[in-house]
Design a protein around this ligand. Structure first.
Ligand code: GLC
Length: 432
């Protein structure tokens, strides 16, 4: 396997689950990562949070232990979100972690911990900046409605600022797996020089599509575009992302959380189509994850540990069946059937396949799954036999995603046989 630290491509092949962490001053009020902007808080007032930020329980090793226990294989961290506060010791502004009571370089400590265990680290950087005096606030998207008194809006100066910060992040913290721009949709400043510089400093880095160019991979957030939902396999490098919380990516005190079933379905969907999935949780102001996040990650990790072999190192193969209610992945002669979305019955039909596999195992608990090849009352018109997996414990796994492993003697031969569909007549007598 490629060393993901050495090759950006290693991050996407085999596909992976990653941990997204949104963390900054906004963890103190604990409402939303865009606290300042969404609550219309004056810049000077929001800035006072810097003098309170003291996450004495921050322990990057504990974060990575948590990520690894969930089966996650990389971390993407918000070095600078749209409040403009920098979680590293930057020379470009005073608005950074070094000037909090905590003082320590959080991004640096995270980087050290990641590199120690060869855990790929990705850096998130928001283009919109509600703090910087050169940012051209025009009330577009996530911008402030107008510049603050004393600001000197200047796109080129602001671009120089971003470039200098990207240089620091890419020079001082060892290898980075991705540079994750966010919200250039408002400024729309397209300076290819910044990405070129990033690539020179970090030759193996991958850059996402929300910054200065199309980038190396796409990012689908929360709900995907309908055409992507409908794609059986992604045609370009994809990293889907979502937060465990419905409202916020930063920690929110009174958050509404997604069900783990929903998140398992989304993870399964992205990975089964050949993409990565970045699942976000926001630590509290003291640097620890809330109990609910720990519990959710535990549940997701328990599921993922059982079914991971059906995702990592497989190929999307949903085109092998006409049944659009399941997803298929394939490794050699093994076909994995993902019951995603949740099945509405205890059976799955995999037409046009008509070969009984050597073995059929429910990965979630190792039990054997009943398989039959037969003409069903509903397939009488075409007189077609189908491969039917039956007696699936649908109710038992209603809160999760079932994945069935089918081992064939030759999957290619099974596909060819299914496509020929000439096997019905010979069996009709048996049905009768
Ligand atoms: C959404 C949020 C933003 C967050 C991003 C992560 O766009 O508005 O705050 O950082 O998702 O992809």
């Amino acid at each position: 396997m490629n060393n993901p630290q050495k090759s950006g491509n290693g991050l996407f092949s085999p596909v992976k689950l990653g941990l997204f962490v949104h963390w900054g001053l906004y963890a103190i009020p604990g409402w939303h990562e865009q606290h300042q902007y969404r609550l219309r808080v004056p810049r000077a007032e929001y800035g006072k949070l810097m003098h309170e930020f003291n996450p004495v329980k921050f322990n990057p090793e504990a974060w990575l232990d948590r990520a690894q226990a969930t089966g996650m294989e990389y971390l993407t961290f918000t070095a600078k979100h749209q409040d403009g506060f920098c979680m590293w010791h930057t020379q470009q502004t005073d608005f950074h972690i070094g000037n909090t009571p905590y003082r320590r370089d959080i991004f640096g400590e995270l980087a050290t911990a990641c590199h120690r265990r060869n855990f790929p680290l990705c850096v998130y950087y928001c283009v919109v900046d509600n703090h910087h005096p050169n940012y051209t606030n025009r009330g577009i998207g996530h911008e402030l409605p107008r510049p603050v008194a004393g600001d000197e809006p200047d796109v080129l100066k602001y671009a120089e600022y971003m470039k200098a910060q990207a240089r620091e992040l890419c020079s001082n913290y060892g290898p980075l797996a991705t540079f994750w721009w966010d919200v250039n949709s408002d400024l729309k400043h397209h300076d290819p020089g910044i990405n070129e510089m990033i690539r020179q400093l970090q030759p193996d880095i991958l850059i996402n599509d929300r910054g200065m160019s199309d980038g190396d991979f796409s990012t689908m957030e929360r709900h995907w575009a309908p055409e992507l939902e409908g794609e059986l396999a992604f045609t370009k490098k994809m990293e889907a992302c979502d937060s465990i919380g419905v409202e916020s990516w930063g920690w929110r005190k009174d958050e509404d959380y997604f069900t783990t079933k929903y998140l398992c379905q989304r993870i399964d969907l992205a990975l089964a189509k050949g993409g990565n999935y970045l699942l976000n949780a926001g630590p509290m102001a003291d640097g620890t994850f809330p109990d609910v996040a720990v519990q959710m990650l535990n549940e997701i990790g328990a599921w993922y540990g059982k079914v991971k072999e059906s995702l990592a190192g497989t190929q999307p193969a949903s085109n092998l069946t006409e049944n659009r209610s399941v997803l298929l992945t394939r490794r050699g002669d093994t076909l994995y059937v993902h019951l995603n979305p949740e099945p509405n019955s205890s059976r799955v039909v995999l037409s046009p396949l008509t070969q009984i596999p050597l073995r059929a195992i429910l990965l979630n608990d190792g039990r054997t799954v009943d398989c039959r090849v037969e003409l069903l009352p509903s397939t009488h018109v075409k007189q077609e036999k189908v491969l039917r997996l039956c007696n699936l414990p649908a109710a038992e796994y209603a809160g999760s995603v079932m994945v069935v492993r089918l081992d064939f003697e030759s999957l290619d031969a099974a596909i060819a046989l299914g496509n020929s569909r000439d096997t019905v007549a010979a069996d009709r007598a048996k049905v009768m």
